[in-house]
Design a protein around this ligand. Structure first.
Ligand code: ATP
Ligand code: MG
Length: 421
């Protein structure tokens, strides 16, 4: 019996060439945009010690409780986890390599993240994020920079109707006070809350606000607001941020119950959403995490960051993106001398920036020409024995009207260079 084909793991997708050019366009645009704000790239391993995520994201969060790919290294018994997000690794690397010694750092990362969620449109088990972290900045100017730079990116991609919501979680003290207030409020619902929620109220009441359960929404929308009990410094931070955003002409809405799903946030939190993607409408989210570096045994360092989901952004981008660029030339060749010459000539053309597909695997002129046509290339360059003997090639336009021309190799290269942009 023939074995079944092995399929990719549920919730983890292949990006095929027909889609990959969109990813490359996205990545190129994003890289240039990040550079224009002075952010530097950092690349950390995909696998980390489980402890890193438990300590940073928080033991009672959905991610740590239910969504991590955690396993034991069979060789040394160590517990390892595929990263569910990028901030923890970034902070770990910054501390490990003393990157903050010379001063604050603006960093970005990009790559796959892993969360064991129920796969659906816009929600995957392997997904990709671009993340930005600014460490050593007390804000709110850097908070404003993060929001302003996102706006620029949406504009670059021509994305409209993306809404910004902001909130403040206040200082650690405000948060602790609020936690108790919220807990009291939630406990008052008693058995109207199911056991899982009651459990959550005890362990991490703020997380209840982050729930997507429709039954909880009325309770959440009447919950006390952290905003109503801010200390002076937290209130000022939030107000100053709003002044900066208004000054930059950025529209926003204050969402008093926006808390984010990770425990390390304080003060500013924000989310960008669209209603074009159904339930999975959050495109980008972040905020301040002033306590995290110290919590990871570093020197107390204020910080702010955010991450965007690439798959969700690409789903919006589909229409506006440029088409994939075919090669300039498909090089057709046949005969011993021609094969050798073609190999060299293809390299020569590439030296001057021309994109060349060299036919490989032999076959007749006719079938090579068919391949040339199917490749989408603008020109076929043809080298047969005749051409090889006279150190010439023939040039045939494939996408526009025009005669086939035969000329010396240098002349052909010049012609292609002139017509190539
Ligand atoms: P959501 O509320 O949609 O679960 P989140 O709050 O868990 O998102 P973050 O941890 O803040 O998300 O990650 C930042 C961004 O990464 C999200 O706004 C989203 O665009 C994207 N993202 C998060 N989880 C997934 C996933 N499972 N599949 C695809 N994209 C995701
Ligand atoms: Mg989530």
């Amino acid at each position: 019996m023939k074995d079944e084909n092995i399929q990719a793991i549920r919730g983890m997708s292949d990006v095929l060439p027909s889609q990959a050019h969109l990813w490359e366009y996205f990545e190129d645009t994003v890289r240039a945009w990040l550079q224009s704000y002075g952010y530097l790239n950092i690349r950390t391993p995909i696998l980390e010690k489980t402890e890193l995520f438990v300590r940073s994201i928080g033991e009672t969060t959905d991610i740590v409780e239910k969504q991590m790919y955690t396993f034991t290294d069979q060789l040394n018994g160590e517990s390892l986890t595929l990263r569910p997000e990028g901030t923890a690794s970034c902070v770990r690397a910054v501390l490990q390599h003393n990157l903050l010694y010379p001063g604050p750092q603006r960093l970005y990362y990009s790559g796959p993240m892993f969360r064991h969620e129920r796969p659906q449109q816009g929600r995957y088990r392997q997904f990709h994020q671009i993340g930005v972290e600014a460490l050593g900045f007390p804000g709110p100017d850097i908070d404003a920079e993060h929001i302003i730079m996102c706006t620029r990116l949406w504009n670059k991609f021509g994305l409209r109707d993306i809404k910004l919501q902001i909130n403040t979680l206040g200082s650690m003290d405000c948060r602790a006070r609020y936690r108790e207030r919220l807990k009291k409020y939630l406990v008052s619902f008693g058995s109207k809350l199911d056991e899982a929620v009651r459990n959550r109220v005890e362990r991490n009441p703020l997380r209840v606000l982050d729930s997507k359960d429709p039954a909880l929404q009325p309770i959440i929308s009447d919950a006390p607001r952290l905003l109503d009990d801010l200390d002076e410094a937290s209130r000022k931070h939030f107000e100053d941020l709003q002044v900066m955003l208004r000054h930059a002409g950025i529209e926003f809405e204050i969402a008093p119950r926006l808390v984010r799903g990770l425990d390390y946030y304080n003060l500013t939190v924000f989310e960008w959403t669209t209603d074009k993607l159904g339930a999975q409408g959050t495109l980008c989210a972040g905020g301040r995490y002033d306590g995290l570096v110290e919590q990871m045994s570093g020197k107390s360092t204020p910080a702010c960051g955010y991450a965007m989901g690439i798959e969700r952004l690409l789903a919006l981008l589909q229409e506006g993106a440029p088409a994939a660029q075919p090669a300039d030339v498909y090089l057709v060749h046949q005969g011993e001398a021609a094969d050798k010459l073609a190999l060299k000539f293809a390299e020569k053309l590439r030296d001057s920036g021309i994109h060349v597909i060299l036919h490989c695997g032999g076959s007749s002129f006719k079938s090579q020409m068919k391949r040339a046509d199917a490749s989408g290339a603008r020109f076929a360059v043809i080298i047969g024995d005749d051409e090889a003997q006279s150190q010439q090639a023939s040039l045939k336009p494939l996408r526009e009207a025009g005669e086939q021309i035969r000329a010396g190799l240098k002349e052909i290269a010049d012609m292609l260079r002139k017509r190539h942009v």
